[in-house]
Design a protein around this ligand. Sequence first.
Ligand SMILES: NC(=O)c1ccc[n+]([C@@H]2O[C@H](COP(=O)([O-])OP(=O)(O)OC[C@H]3O[C@@H](n4cnc5c(N)ncnc54)[C@H](O)[C@@H]3O)[C@@H](O)[C@H]2O)c1
Length: 425
Amino acid sequence: MNVTVVGLGYIGLPTAALLAQRGHRVYGYDVNAQLRRQLQNKEVATREAAVRQAVHDALDSRGLTVVERIGATDAYILCLPTPTVEGKPDLRYVEAAAAAVAGVAQPGSMIVLESTVPPGATERIFGDALAAQGKAIDEFRIAHCPERVIPGAIMRELRENARVVGGRTPQDAEMVSRLYASFCNGEIARTSLCVAEFVKIVENTFRDVNIAFANELAIFAEELGVDVWATIALANKHPRVNILQPGPGVGGHCIPVDPHFLSDANPIVTELIQAARRVNDRMPYRIARRITELVQPATGSTIALLGAAYKADVEDARESPSSRIDTLLRERGYRTAIYDPLVERFHRPLCGSLRDAVSGADALVLLTPHTVFAEIDPGEVAALMRHPRLMDTRNFFDADQWKRAGFECYTLGRPAPKRLLDAVA
Ligand SMILES: NC(=O)c1ccc[n+]([C@@H]2O[C@H](COP(=O)([O-])OP(=O)(O)OC[C@H]3O[C@@H](n4cnc5c(N)ncnc54)[C@H](O)[C@@H]3O)[C@@H](O)[C@H]2O)c1
């Protein structure tokens, strides 16, 4: 089949490569001319080795061609960003791409939206775009097939994850699910457009609400003077309880964004969802406030931040709590130094080494639990810091080992050591 993938970002590019691997003739289009040029020159920026390899193979074999404009093909898969602006979904990227596709798509072709959108958006956007071209939506196969991959394992999850294909009609769902079955080995469930849209947002909202619960417990436990991590581990021994882990906030392109698609659509019935968002949004402020309690005065003090990515073992720093905490600390007068060996793009320059970040620092704050950080030798770090203090927002390090190396340790969700609080007083 001839397939055009529109939007060659985190999702679109590996999807295009996988389609090509499975024998489709794939045309990739992105509005970003620099990205198109890079891909045409076989420069693939992602650090995910499996994605890089798959894209190189697809370009080398000419199964994937990066094109300068969208043409007529049997199918279109749209993978555009769907951010929120002040809590409201910004669907302009999807609308612009839908207009471009509607201009060239021939009756009978499939038009599939992978981007996360509010319930009702797929039919409205494609309906309007086709109508603007004098085309009837009934003549096209319209579907929403939300993406569920996890950064770090994109190629494997694209092949193996179960997928939901929501069709505008049962026939649309049937045809599009056949296309997806040609490159996905996971179960493919067919449903309506609106259910597919709702399912995707519900999944991420579930995680947001449950992380908020864990964060609330962490704050409660600190005030109660008990250890939240031990509490959660014990509670999770109940066969029907599975509490998630607290942390410095929720980042990434999906979990902090998608709940707004529900609360914006229906503010009245989404009280819990909105409260969870507020709890998670406040976490970076709580962490920054705790740092200001532990390290005084701000002027002349340096805080070393470990991790810029929004979660472990990924290069992605979008909406990262680290970015918010860094900004808050600098606003309060601290110098900050951030080290993350995985991240290349951040809102300001990162340190080139751990040594650069911790030298002369007054506290070290673990924000992202990258596996490579487990190799850090606390003794070496203590020798470089002005004040060996550790704040661990993920319960990642062995606090006893760091204490033996001379650190004063504070872990989110555990009462602060009395010594540290006395020092503040
Ligand atoms: N990244 C993830 O892990 C992930 C996981 C599940 C779902 N999603 C969802 O998938 C969608 C895509 O996310 P992403 O992470 O791939 O975004 P992204 O920002 O990495 O990529 C989107 C690409 O679309 C391009 N683009 C924007 N407007 C365009 C237009 N009019 N025509 C052609 N190209 C255009 C951009 O230049 C960019 O390269 C979003 O809705 C997101 O919520 C993402």
